[in-house]
Structure formats: C-alpha cells, structure tokens
Design a protein around this ligand. Structure first.
Ligand code: BT5
Length: 310
C-alpha cells in the first residue's frame, strides 16, 4: 500500500481526525487527503466522515490492502481474486527486479506442487508466494523452505489447529495435509538472485472440494471458518521473524516435525531409501539411518511408515 495511505489509515484508526489536521500532519492539501480517502474506500475500507473528521470503521475482510494494513513486516502485498499461480506471478515480478513482495490469491487456476504436480487451489484458501533476494548461497535456500514450514505450523497452531511438519515441506494435521510449500529460485554458483517461496494453506475450504483424500483444512479442523486476513498476516510475520533470526530455523523445525525419530521411506528420482529419520542438516537434507549406513537426502517424497498421530 502506498505510504501516505498507510499513514492516513493509522491516523484515523483510533478515532476521528479532521481533514485539515490530516493535511497538516502529512503535508498534503485537503483535496489530496480527500482523494486518498476515496481510494481507500474503493479498496473496501469503511471510512466515516463526521463533524469531527474521518474515522476508520472497518477494514476489508481480505485482499492486498487489508493484509498490508497492520502488517508488522516490510512487504507489499499484491492480491488477485484469481490467477493461474502466485509462484508464476512472483517469478515474473522477480524478472522485473522486484523484491520483498507477497503475491496473494483467493483462487489459483494452475496451482503447482513440486515436480509439476497439481495443487488444488479453490476459492477460500490462502495461496501466496514470497519473493526475496537474500544474500545467501543457493545451498542455504532450503533453510528458507524449512522456515516457511515452521511459520505455517506455528501460525495454524496460533489459530487452534495442531500441525506438524513432514519433511521437507508438508504441514499435516492428524496425518492429513493442510499445507504445502514450493520453493523456486534463480542464482549463480555462489549467490542467489531471487527466491520464490509458495505456500498453499487450505483455510476456508471444505475438504470435499479437494481431490486428495489425505487433505484437510483449517475450517474442517476448527469446525468454523478462520479470518484469512489474520492468518495471512500471522504467516507473513512469522516468516519475517525467522528470516531475521536464521539460527532459530533448524531448532524450531526439529521441534515442529513429526518426521524425526520415525521410520520413513524417501523416494528420489533415482532411488528409494528406507530407515530411521534421525536429523536434518544445515542445508535441509534429511539424515536417514538405513540398514546399509547413514544417508543424507536433499530432495524427495517422504512417507511416514507406521503412522502415529501426526
Ligand atoms: C506441494 O507440492 O505440497 C507444494 C504446494 C505449493 C502450493 C503453493 S500455493 C501458492 C503457490 N503457487 C503455486 O502454484 N504453488 C504454491 P507436493 O509436495 O508436490 O504435493 C502435491 C500433492 O499434494 C498433489 O500431488 C496432491 O496429491 C496433493 N494436493 C494437491 N492439492 C492439495 C491441497 N489443496 N491440499 C492438500 N493436498 C493437496
């Protein structure tokens, strides 16, 4: 959101402020204040104009300006009612040089999982992609993927749903998938140019609308819909906190995962490993103790054998 409009909203959030006072505080003409207020109204903010001035009544339920308002993280949010894929849009923005952005959509018509699998993205979910240009080598990017998993698990826990992470990037509730993460990047040998981290979180969706039987949603788990604006803000803020404090990512991931200490089968394009998952490395690889010794797997599909209650 444009900075002036952000400042107008915070000024009028706690009570009425007159047009002239706003104009003085923001060094604008009264006509300019009025224009900004109209733009905010068009974006869905209900702004009263009474004898004492302008006052913010309600914030729109969802959308870019709604998520940006009150967001405690320095990202701009681009919102789409419908888009093929927020990851694709974020990649286009990356090519244009953008950074520190979140692309958010109500519905995706071409949502993607890993290995070009389909990600069902009906209206009501939280489908978003972060675009960053971190000053890190490509090998450290998986840490950001792990951070997105931690942030997602933490956020849904804050909304009353106990999730756990299945390596590398699934968030599960009771063994069913509630969220998935797709990281894409461009870079050179020693430095990342950009990274896009897509998070798909089944929020207000009836799982019957999802093709996968092993899927659940926040709404199904809670028995009532969530405020998607608050969940989205919580998720973005949580990712931002972890980015600022990367030493916390691995310990938090180890705490939130249900993969470690489990018998797993991990399939990679070339082979399959079976054994006990014992740890995750600095670069996000899963350490598996197999019958033939210890292996580290950097990418693959992980199956928890002998399921417990995750
Ligand atoms: C993932 O892939 O889990 C990554 C999903 C990332 C989606 C986000 S949404 C925002 C951004 N924009 C995009 O286009 N993508 C990202 P993977 O581990 O490959 O899992 C894919 C598998 O999950 C599918 O083959 C289905 O079995 C299952 N699946 C598909 N849609 C699902 C859903 N909505 N909920 C749960 N499971 C689903």
């Amino acid at each position: 959101m444009q900075e002036t409009r952000r400042r107008i909203l915070s000024a009028i959030a706690d009570g009425p402020v007159s047009g002239p006072d706003l104009a003085t505080a923001l060094s604008l003409s009264r006509a300019a204040v009025w224009k900004h207020v109209e733009t905010l109204r068009e974006a869905g903010f209900e702004i009263e104009s009474g004898p004492e001035g302008y006052e913010l009544e309600t914030v729109p339920e969802y959308g870019g300006p709604a998520v940006e308002f009150g967001l405690e993280a320095p990202y701009s949010v681009e919102y789409h009612e419908q888009i093929p894929s927020t990851n694709d849009r974020a990649r286009d923005l990356a090519a244009e040089g953008a950074t520190n952005m979140v692309v958010l959509a109500d519905e995706q018509t071409g949502g993607r999982g890993r290995l070009n699998r389909t990600w069902s993205s009906p209206s009501g979910g939280i489908w978003l992609s972060f675009l960053f240009r971190p000053e890190i080598p490509p090998a450290r990017v998986s840490l950001l993927t792990l951070a997105a998993g931690v942030a997602t698990a933490e956020t849904i826990n804050d909304f009353g749903v106990q999730g756990s992470i299945k390596w590398p990037n699934d968030v599960l509730v009771g063994g069913q998938k509630i969220a998935g993460i797709l990281t894409e990047m461009e870079g050179e040998a020693d430095k990342v140019t950009w990274v896009v981290i897509g998070v798909g979180l089944n929020a207000n969706i009836d799982p019957d609308r999802l093709p996968d039987e092993q899927a659940t949603s926040l709404q199904a788990e809670r028995g009532t819909p969530v405020d998607r604006r608050s969940v989205t803000q919580g998720l973005i803020e949580s990712v931002d906190r972890l980015r600022a404090d990367p030493d916390k990512i691995l310990p938090a991931w180890r705490e939130q995962t249900s993969t470690l200490g489990r018998e797993v089968r991990v399939s990679t394009p070339n082979t399959t490993h079976r054994g006990m998952a014992t740890d995750v490395t600095e670069t996000g690889a899963l350490v598996i103790q197999t019958e033939d010794g210890q292996v580290e797997v950097t990418a693959g599909d992980c199956e928890h054998l002998r399921p417990t209650g995750d």
